[in-house]
Design a protein around this ligand. Sequence first.
Ligand SMILES: [Zn+2]
Length: 460
Amino acid sequence: MKYKNVIRGTMALILICILFQQCSQTNDNTYQSLMNFAEGIKVINTHEHQHWPEENGDLTYRLIHLINSSYLMSDIVSAGGQKMDWGRLDTITLLEYWKVNGEALDYSRSTSYYSHFIKGFQKLYDFDDPYFMESNFRHLSSQVEENYIDYRKWFDSAFRKAGFELMFLDQYWKPFNTEVVEPYYALVFHINPLVMQSSNRPEAEEELQGIYEKAREDGFTYSTLDEYLKYCDHLFTKNIEKNAVCVKNSMAYSRSQYFEDVPYEVASKLYAKPSASLSADEARKIQDFLFHWIIQKSIESDLPIQIHTGYLAGNGNTLDNGKPVKLNNLFLKYPDAKFVLFHGGYPWTGEYAALGKMFPNVFLDLVWLPQISREEAVHALDEMFDCVPYNKFFWGGDCSFIEESTGSLEFGRDVVVEVLAKRVKRGLLTNEVAFDMIQRIFRENAIEVFQLEERLGRDF
Ligand SMILES: [Zn+2]
């Protein structure tokens, strides 16, 4: 009797093991088949800040230059390391750099900033190690140095290997430049200076900067709000002529994303006052008016408006500025505008999803969310798929160099596929719908909503 029980118990155990193995194989197969599909898609990346290396000066690029330009740098600083200026980076030895930042780099090994960044090197370079180490730093760095001798050639091959077809380029560091290199990039009209500088009109004797310097160069005046708007109108026309695919607002880095509906008469009177005499509230009112004006112009031109929400890059800012719900009044007032909210609104991901669910004119761009926190991206995206129809999602990278964008895409695909595989496994989705969702998030939604074929005059 006892013997029979042992046999029964053993057989039951074997059966459980077989079932478990079959089950986990199905999971792995589901994940893998969705991933294979995702890797075959030519990605439309809706947000990047790619730089050409020479834009930072005449530097010899090494691994430490890329770390310095990456999000990982903020974790290094957060862990007690040092961000160095380009001059010091160009002269410091790798060993000295490791002495300064090696420990902070090691403490960052668990973060998504770290792991997505290293994924770019695992994809593009002859590099399989799980971490940056003193022992592999030199070799990897010499490969970077070699690739950056002819960055255009390196960029082209990496761009293709990563799986990109097009990147939307937000040149916040030179917002009046309307030239982008085709076929890699599509122009984004970065409107921060139009709004932020509207409350900072220079007096006759002051040195001109930013939009005022540019207005003077282009033969425009700006003594009244009407004149200022005329120049903003000119910038709109110029960007549209250069095939801009959207407008971008990242003003959460400098102010609250609540924009009051200020009447023209009020804004016009405030603009006429010397800017130095404006109270903070008066200055904000002029800016608020300007952003409303920009939304109206965007509706006329049918340009979607990308808006930064949530977490702010770097190591110190006012987190509350980008709380997604602060934009609610705009979604109600402008049903004909297309608003694209960025970054999952992290850490307010639920609030962000709710806005995408409620408003037909609010779209959700997952850009940067997987890099801030991979696990929060998985959790939040699962919730978003419960709430929001999948023709409303996009994906973007948000990086300065091709290595980090590549790592972002590797991370983005992994997050989306993990969430979908889990849903397929639970019987919540068929494989076919999961394939369609991948295709739409990484490509088709962007082509449709940003009207890429019409705007760029090419087939996708
Ligand atoms: Zn960005």
